[in-house]
Design a protein around this ligand. Structure first.
Ligand SMILES: [Ca+2]
Ligand SMILES: [Ca+2]
Ligand SMILES: [Ca+2]
Ligand SMILES: [Ca+2]
Length: 485
C-alpha cells in the first residue's frame, strides 16, 4: 500500500509540473483565451462573430499553423491586452508561410490591441485581399498601442500591398507608442493610412521598414487626413516613387484632405528615387516642428530631395515651419527638391535649412545637434534653433516635443517663450515636473503647494500667467505620474 501511495503522489507532481496544454482553435470564437490554455493554435481561420467579444489574456501565445487570419467582424470586439512583463505573442509556426494577421472590418471601436508582439503576418494574393499585414482596420477605430510589430509583409506582383505593420482604411485608429520594425510592403512598410479618416500615429518608433512602391516608414493615401506626431522614423527605405521616411499623397485639391506631420524625428531614411525623408505628391501637408536630417535620395528623373521632395502644380503646396533640414544628401536638392516639370512649389518658414531656402524667418546655420553621430539630435546649448521658430506659433492642446516635454519654452532665458526649430524644445520639461527630475510626483506637488498664492516670479506657475493657483494644480495633477518609473 505504502509504495503505491508514493507513486500516486509522484504522478500528481509530475503532471502538475508539466502543463503540456495547448488549444486548437478555428471558426467562430468568443469569450476568453486564457493563459492556462495557452498556446492557442490557429488550425483554420478564426472569426469573432458580429456583436461578440474575444478577450486574450496577458502572456497567451497564439500560433498559426497555416496562413490563417483572426477576423474581428462587424460590431465585434477584440481585447488583446498584454502587459509590459507579459506581452501576448501572435506568430506563425512556419515563418515562410506566415499567417494572415488581425483583420478588423467594422469592428467595435472599443477594441484594443496592446502589449502584443505580432510577427510573420503576410498579405498575399490579389487586390484587395493583399492589403495589410499584422493589423488591418477598415471602417473602425481601435486602439493599437505598445505593440511590437515586426517581420510582417504585404506584397503582390501588382504592388497592391499596404502597411505591413498597420493599415487603416476609413479609420480614426489610435496608433500609439508601438515599435514597428523590419516590415515590408508595397506602400507603407510600417504604417499605411488609406481612404477617409484621421488616424493618429503618435509616439511610435518606426525603423528599418521597406516599401517597394513608396513610403518606407509611412504611406498616406489621397482621401486621408492622418496626424503623424512625435514619432522616431529612422532607417526606412523606399523604392518605386520614393519617400524613404514618409510618402504623402493626401489631396487637398480633390478631397480637401491633408496630413499633419509634427514634432517627429525623421533621420537616416533613404530611397533610390525621390524624397529621402519625405515625398509630398500633390500634397498640402502641414509639416511643423520636425527634425529632418541625414536622409538620402537618389538622382535622375522624378528623383532627388534628400530631405523633402515635392511634386505639385505650384499651388496647394506643403507648408513647412519650425523645422530643421540638415545633413540630408542627394545630387538633386540635398535638403529640398521641387519637381520642375510640373512647376512645383513649397512654403518654408522659420526653419533651419542647410544652404538656405527663401522664406520668412529661415536660417542657414549649423543646428549644433548634441551628438548626431550617435543619433542624439537634441539641440545643444548654443544652437541657433533655440527660440527662433515662428514667434506667433501656438501649440495644439497637449502638443509636446519629441521628449514629451512642453512644446514652447523660453530656452534662451530672455523671459520670452518662443518655439524652437526641430523636434526638440531645448531646456523644456514635462508639464508639472517642477523639480525637473523627469517625473511628476509628490515632490513637485510639494513645491507647488509651498508656492500657493504667489503672484510674481512664481516657481509653481505652470500655465505662465504669473501666479500659482488652482489652474496650475490642475496641470500638475493632469500629468501626475508622467515619466515616473
Ligand atoms: Ca523655445
Ligand atoms: Ca526666449
Ligand atoms: Ca526636449
Ligand atoms: Ca499660474
Amino acid at each position: 500500500m505504502k509504495p503505491l501511495l508514493h507513486i500516486g503522489v509522484l504522478l500528481v507532481l509530475v503532471l502538475s509540473a508539466s502543463p503540456a496544454v495547448a488549444t486548437d482553435v478555428s471558426g467562430d470564437q468568443s469569450g476568453t483565451w486564457t493563459l492556462d490554455q495557452s498556446p492557442y493554435y490557429l488550425v483554420g481561420d478564426v472569426r469573432v462573430p458580429p456583436g461578440e467579444a474575444l478577450t486574450i489574456e496577458p502572456g497567451v501565445e497564439v500560433i498559426a499553423l497555416g496562413h490563417y487570419k483572426l477576423l474581428v467582424d462587424a460590431a465585434a470586439t477584440l481585447l488583446a491586452v498584454g502587459t509590459a512583463d507579459q506581452p501576448i505573442l501572435m506568430t506563425a509556426e512556419d515563418h515562410g508561410t506566415g499567417w494572415r494577421g488581425i483583420r478588423m472590418e467594422s469592428a467595435d471601436d472599443s477594441s484594443v490591441i496592446s502589449y502584443c508582439t505580432i510577427e510573420y503576418a503576410k498579405g498575399t494574393g490579389g487586390f484587395p485581399e493583399v492589403r495589410g499585414g499584422a493589423i488591418f482596420c477598415k471602417n473602425c477605430s481601435p486602439t493599437i498601442s505598445h505593440n511590437v510589430l515586426r517581420y510582417n509583409y504585404s506584397h503582390n506582383s501588382n504592388y497592391n500591398g499596404t502597411g505591413a505593420g498597420v493599415t487603416t482604411e476609413s479609420s480614426n485608429a489610435l496608433i500609439l507608442n508601438n515599435l514597428i520594425h523590419d516590415n515590408q510592403a508595397d506602400s507603407g512598410g510600417g504604417v499605411c493610412c488609406m481612404e477617409y479618416g484621421t488616424p493618429l500615429v503618435l509616439g511610435n518608433v518606426i525603423i528599418d521598414n521597406t516599401a517597394y512602391n513608396g513610403g518606407g516608414g509611412i504611406y498616406m493615401g489621397a482621401r486621408s487626413s492622418p496626424i503623424i506626431e512625435r514619432n522616431v522614423i529612422s532607417g526606412n527605405y523606399a523604392s518605386g516613387w520614393g519617400g524613404g521616411g514618409i510618402n504623402s499623397w493626401t489631396s487637398y485639391i480633390f478631397y480637401g484632405t491633408f496630413a499633419t506631420i509634427r514634432d517627429n524625428l525623421i533621420i537616416d531614411n533613404s530611397t533610390n528615387k525621390a524624397g529621402g525623408g519625405l515625398y509630398c505628391r500633390y500634397d498640402r501637408a502641414v509639416i511643423t516642428g520636425n527634425t529632418i536630417a541625414d536622409n538620402h535620395a537618389g538622382g535622375g528623373a522624378y528623383a532627388g530631395g534628400g530631405g523633402i521632395y515635392a511634386l505639385n502644380q505650384g499651388y496647394s503646396v506643403p507648408q513647412v515651419s519650425n523645422c530643421v533640414l540638415w545633413g540630408n544628401t542627394s545630387v538633386l536638392g540635398a535638403q529640398i527638391h521641387l519637381e520642375a516639370e510640373t512647376g512645383s512649389a513649397i512654403l518654408v518658414r522659420y526653419s533651419d535649412v542647410q544652404d538656405g531656402w527663401t522664406g520668412t524667418g529661415n536660417i542657414d546655420e549649423d543646428p549644433l545637434f548634441e551628438d548626431p553621430d550617435n543619433d542624439d539630435y537634441h539641440l545643444s546649448t548654443d544652437s541657433p534653433c533655440i527660440d527662433t521658430g515662428d514667434p506667433y506659433f501656438t501649440p495644439q492642446p497637449d502638443e509636446r516635443d519629441i521628449d514629451g516635454q512642453e512644446r514652447v519654452w523660453d530656452g534662451d532665458g530672455d523671459d520670452n517663450r518662443v518655439v524652437d526649430m526641430g523636434c526638440d524644445e531645448f531646456g523644456s520639461r514635462i508639464p508639472g515636473d517642477l523639480n525637473r527630475d523627469g517625473c511628476v510626483d509628490q515632490a513637485d506637488l510639494g513645491i507647488l503647494l509651498a508656492d500657493w498664492g504667489c503672484t510674481s516670479d512664481c516657481v509653481g506657475d505652470l500655465d505662465f500667467d504669473d501666479d500659482t493657483d488652482q489652474a496650475d494644480l490642475g496641470i500638475l495633477l493632469a500629468n501626475w505620474g508622467q515619466g515616473c518609473p
